[in-house]
Design a protein around this ligand. Structure first.
Ligand code: F6P
Length: 551
């Protein structure tokens, strides 16, 4: 199939449609159609997805769905769910969805029933989690584990950390779960400062078991433990590993019986559902972890089976394309109205940008259009007192996702109402804006001074017409969180299919990694470094000299 996004008929039609629609205010669209909310919202179990505050008409959706057809989206979805090797540059299948399939659903590929493999690891995790939480698993000196430290980075950190923080209200009081990702020694030091080696268990989480940051932290953690007990045998009681690399785990000195495996068909940023989620299960219990998987599975079925018009990830992904490629949006903002989802924007940064921040199509051509937007965000209402000024009156179009819950897990109803009033108000303010006449009428009510009014008038105008999605969920629990994460995973897949890029490799992280390894050899040397450009040489030489105490 010779598919190139910007050469499609649908792309041409959308360009034309964009010129028809670009100046129409959403406030007029709402005035003209009382059913707009009904027409542009989708309900999926406990999730309401309202996309009516977008710069779209029914024609826009029709044209975007034609684009999906031209991109063979349906076939591509089926390809992922039937285990095709769609990660072509790494020659891998993409099967994170299989991790959340129920035990009774066979997933047979090349003669292996992956469901059996997956559930057998899950059962081992269940036993391990039960043992640690009940105190059956003991530290080297026979004490119960009170603190778990997950050592991992990227997908081996962000996803589990986000979920653990989000569902903290379900966490055991007797077992604290910490996350150390950065190779900055401060991260590990600050974390273990108040912990006791006797009651601390480290989980080394690394798909490859070669990642510099994780391996350095793991080595240092091991020294901390071994120095305390003066006996190498303690490693067995204080370290477990999660990886696809058994050999690497053994070489590190961890007995494979203390290893939980996963497989290369699970991308790092899609791995929280695998053994990488062990820290989640330790924190909230295995039954709750299973609920997380169930929520994601519900969304897998929805994505696979729902008609595209009613398919939340499909609509989400197509709207991203609409804004990035036709309105020229450069970024999207993720705005959870939930303190519990504090880490959600960080998780999505990797999920979206590492997946689709690419410029070469699956057939090796360079794109002539933009791909992934920059993803950023912060919980409301903190963001309101920080960057919302730009969202409302800045010069860029920044589509926003508002995410909130009807019930607050901390049961403070009145205060939760105040919180959610802000959510609803912000989506309305961004859409509606405040035009010159409205501002003028308001100013005239308070002042008769025409000069003063004229001076302040332009500053008080809100152009409005700023798009947002609202995701309103009945309550935050493991099931709904699993579903929410999976919605975004599939949204990313939809974007990738339309742009025809491989969302599952990450070659862009390699260059810097390699250079860092090379540069390590140049540090702490007496000889001047001269092999790089003058800036890099200059920085290295300044670092070395200053460290030696020279000026
Ligand atoms: O940053 C690149 C990356 O490979 C991510 O894709 C991955 O999540 C992270 O590093 C950690 O990798 P690993 O789990 O192999 O340590």
């Amino acid at each position: 199939m010779d598919y190139f996004f910007s050469k499609t008929l649908a792309y041409k039609n959308l360009c034309k449609h964009y010129t028809e629609i670009k100046d129409i205010p959403m406030r007029d669209m709402f005035l003209q159609d009382k059913d707009r909310f009904k027409k542009f919202s989708i309900k999926l179990g406990p999730i309401l997805f309202d996309y009516s505050k977008n710069r779209i008409t029914q024609k826009t959706i029709k044209l975007l769905l034609e684009l999906a057809d031209e991109a063979c989206l349906k076939e591509k979805i089926n390809g992922m769910f039937s285990g095709e090797i769609i990660n072509t540059t790494e020659k891998r299948r993409v099967m994170h969805w299989a991790l959340r399939s129920p035990e009774n659903e066979q997933i047979v590929i090349d003669g292996t029933d992956w469901s059996k493999e997956i559930h057998s690891v899950l059962k081992r995790i269940e036993r391990f989690v039960g043992d640690v939480r009940s105190g059956t698993w003991k530290g080297f000196t026979g004490k119960k584990i009170t603190d778990v430290v997950n050592l991992g980075i990227g997908g081996s950190d962000l996803g589990p950390k986000m979920v653990v923080r989000a569902l903290d209200f379900l966490a055991s009081d007797d077992l604290k779960v910490h996350f150390v990702s950065n190779v900055d020694p401060a991260h590990l030091n600050k974390t273990i400062k108040h912990l006791s080696p006797e009651t601390t268990l480290f989980i080394i989480s690394s798909k490859s078991f070669t990642t510099q940051e994780t391996m350095e932290n793991a080595k240092r953690a091991r020294t901390w433990i071994v120095e305390k007990f003066g006996d190498d045998r303690c490693v067995e009681r204080h370290f477990v590993a999660i990886s696809t690399n058994k050999e690497g785990v053994i070489n590190f000195g961890i007995d494979p019986k203390n290893m939980f495996e996963f497989w290369d068909f699970v991308g790092g940023r899609y791995s929280l559902w695998s053994a990488i989620g062990t820290s989640i299960a330790l924190s909230i219990g295995f039954d709750n972890f299973k609920e997380l998987l169930k929520g994601a599975h519900m969304v897998d079925n929805h994505f696979k089976n729902a008609d595209f018009k009613e398919n939340i990830p499909v609509i989400m992904g197509l709207l991203d394309v609409w804004y990035v490629n036709f309105f020229g949006a450069k970024s999207i903002a993720i705005l959870p109205y939930s303190q519990c989802l504090e880490e959600f924007p960080n998780h999505l940064q990797q999920l979206i940008m590492e997946s689709n921040g690419k410029r070469i199509t699956t057939d090796g051509r360079e794109v002539d259009f933009h791909t992934s937007p920059v993803v950023w965000g912060r919980v409301g209402t903190d963001g309101q007192h920080s960057f919302y000024q730009l969202l409302h009156q800045g010069t860029q179009i920044i589509p926003c996702d508002f995410i909130g819950f009807v019930k607050n897990p901390y049961n403070t109803e009145d205060q939760h109402d105040i919180f959610m009033a802000n959510f609803f108000a912000q989506t309305r303010a961004l859409m509606q804006g405040k035009d010159e006449k409205e501002v003028l009428d308001e100013l005239k009510k308070n002042s008769k001074d025409a000069q003063k009014i004229n001076n302040i008038l332009p500053h008080k105008i809100f152009p409005g017409n700023r798009p947002s999605n609202s995701i309103l969920i009945d309550e935050l629990n493991p099931f709904t969180l699993g579903a929410l994460i999976a919605l975004y995973e599939h949204r990313v897949f939809v974007q990738g299919c339309i742009w025809n890029i491989n969302s599952f490799d990450q070659w862009g992280v390699e260059l810097g990694k390699r250079l860092a390894k090379d540069i390590i050899d140049k540090l702490n040397k007496d000889v001047m470094c001269e092999v790089y450009d003058s800036s890099t040489n200059g920085l290295i030489n300044y670092y070395n000299k200053t460290k030696r105490g020279e000026r």
